[in-house]
Design a protein around this ligand. Structure first.
Ligand code: ZN
Length: 478
């Protein structure tokens, strides 16, 4: 009896499997990077609109953002989707060697074509289930642009688009199946520091010049010294995005450095950011230049939610093992042979974290990990996700579902190549089932929504969302 709703929801999703596969493959083909996901967003909007969802698009200054809504009243459940690709990752599908597609510059190296489509499928199936069982409540699919390098969700959070939500549900394609708990994501700010000086002849009239490049260098030295006096888990990395020209005999009038500033908590990042603003001002003072500071993105740390984790974990365990054919296992094996030596080392380290000595060898020889890992394991981390911002304002649950050969690194051409394979499609479909069933449980048992809210309050422990994006910061391609 317990599993009847799972069976029904799984059937609803399986019935539309071809539609979802087509949608996901089309988004893989478009491979549109941050804030340019015009066709990807349009295809999802058209599909959900045809299924009876109400669409609101162009939100928070993000042209490709949209919300598809069905139902009425409380609770309000949000399925979070994405669809942005990564630059410089174009790659032909299924090829086990690096084959960039000519004329293309982007590729789905993080599986966001699968991510978004599974969330569309979850909302779609849950709507049918709600209709069949006369369940009340509101479900929404959030088409969230620019997860990569811009933190698109943070703008939607800042501008209030999650204010009335009671729970948010999402997932991420992975090489393992695991409910995300303490994944050690780092909060992250992206900030441009642009120095303005005075140009002059470097030999003929150096006394008339004020070097913006000197200011960038001095700022970076200041940041190096700051590193000794920050918490171990913090990370600061920079790229000189404008050195001020290529002529050594011209004093650079303008130079720019972009920093990513990361720490476990967004409040810690904010403090480091303020210290770096002082360093920049110091560098400007030393060099007689001026500095312009422009924050372009903020990712907050993830606030976990034990109630949602428990529900999602139970559903994940219901739909995994996924089951693969001999052909799929062979396909994965071929990709395992072409992952880098470093990725092979990484795979070993990962397996050591969850497998006992007796089983390590056997697991390492498995081309696809078709089992669920203990949700309390801490595996990986160090990256950032804009799901974090949503989790500060709405209780949020997320899972990883396997879509690739074991050992495949995300943000690689190997991941792009596997994005249209049946293994990827199967992961997407399983993720949709896990999310739709989680949504159904929350609608059928309102006390779970209350528990999730209590967990969320306890986890925040009185802290409030620091709203890391100043009001004047607008979504932009930079
Ligand atoms: Zn991603």
């Amino acid at each position: 009896m317990e599993n009847d709703f799972r069976k029904e929801i799984a059937e609803l999703i399986d019935k539309e499997k071809q539609t979802y596969t087509k949608l996901s493959d089309a988004i893989w083909e478009y491979a549109e990077p941050r804030f340019q996901e015009v066709e990807s967003s349009r295809d999802q909007q058209e599909y959900l609109s045809s299924r009876g969802f109400q669409i609101r698009a162009d939100l928070a200054g993000e042209q490709t953002a949209f919300i598809a809504e069905y139902g009425q009243g409380k609770p309000v459940l949000a399925f979070l989707g994405e669809f942005d690709a990564l630059s410089s990752l174009e790659q032909e599908a299924d090829k086990t060697e690096h084959c960039p597609i000519s004329g293309k510059t982007n590729g789905h190296g993080c599986g966001h074509h699968l991510l978004g489509t599974a969330a569309v499928a979850a909302a779609d199936a849950l709507k049918s289930y709600m209709e069949a069982h006369k369940l009340s409540g509101t479900i929404r699919y959030y088409g969230c642009p620019a997860e990569e390098n811009a933190g698109g969700k943070a703008y939607l959070v800042r501008d209030g688009f999650f204010d009335d939500c009671d729970a948010a549900i999402t997932w991420h394609p992975s090489t393992t199946n695991k409910t995300m708990t303490d994944e050690k994501f780092l909060a992250n700010f992206r900030v441009f520091f642009t120095f303005h000086g005075i140009s002059s002849h470097a030999a003929g009239a150096p006394e008339l010049g004020r070097s913006a490049l000197d200011a960038v260098e001095i700022m970076d030295i200041g940041v190096n010294y700051m590193r000794e006096h920050m918490i171990d888990e913090a990370r600061v990395h920079g790229a000189i995005t404008n050195p001020g020209g290529i002529a050594p005999n011209v004093i650079p009038a303008e130079a720019q450095i972009l920093y990513a500033i990361r720490a476990p908590k967004v409040t810690q990042v904010k403090k480091l950011y303020e210290r770096m603003c002082d360093i920049a001002k110091g560098a400007a003072l030393i060099t007689g230049t001026t500095v312009e500071i422009r924050q372009v993105a903020a990712y907050s740390n993830v606030i976990r939610n034990e109630t949602l984790e428990a529900i999602m974990d139970e559903n994940l365990r219901h739909f995994v093992p996924i089951g693969y054919t001999e052909e799929e296992l062979q396909y994965a094996k071929k990709f395992q042979e072409v992952i880098t030596e470093l990725d092979k080392e990484g795979l070993k380290d990962k397996v050591n974290l969850f497998a006992d000595k007796k089983h390590r060898k056997e697991i390492l020889e498995t081309p696809i990990f078709d089992f669920v890992l203990d949700k309390n394991l801490t595996i990986g981390g160090g990256g950032s996700t804009d799901v974090g911002d949503v989790s500060w304002v709405v209780p949020t649950g997320q899972v990883n579902v396997n879509c690739y050969a074991a050992g495949t690194a995300l943000h690689s051409w190997q991941a792009v190549a596997q994005g249209k394979a049946t293994i990827a499609h199967k992961g997407m479909v399983a993720a949709a089932k896990v999310m739709a069933c989680t949504g159904a449980e929350l609608l059928m048992k309102p006390e779970l929504v209350e528990h999730a809210k209590k967990d969320w309050e306890a986890e925040l422990d009185g802290e409030v969302y620091p709203n890391p994006l100043p009001k004047e910061v607008k979504p932009a391609i930079w």
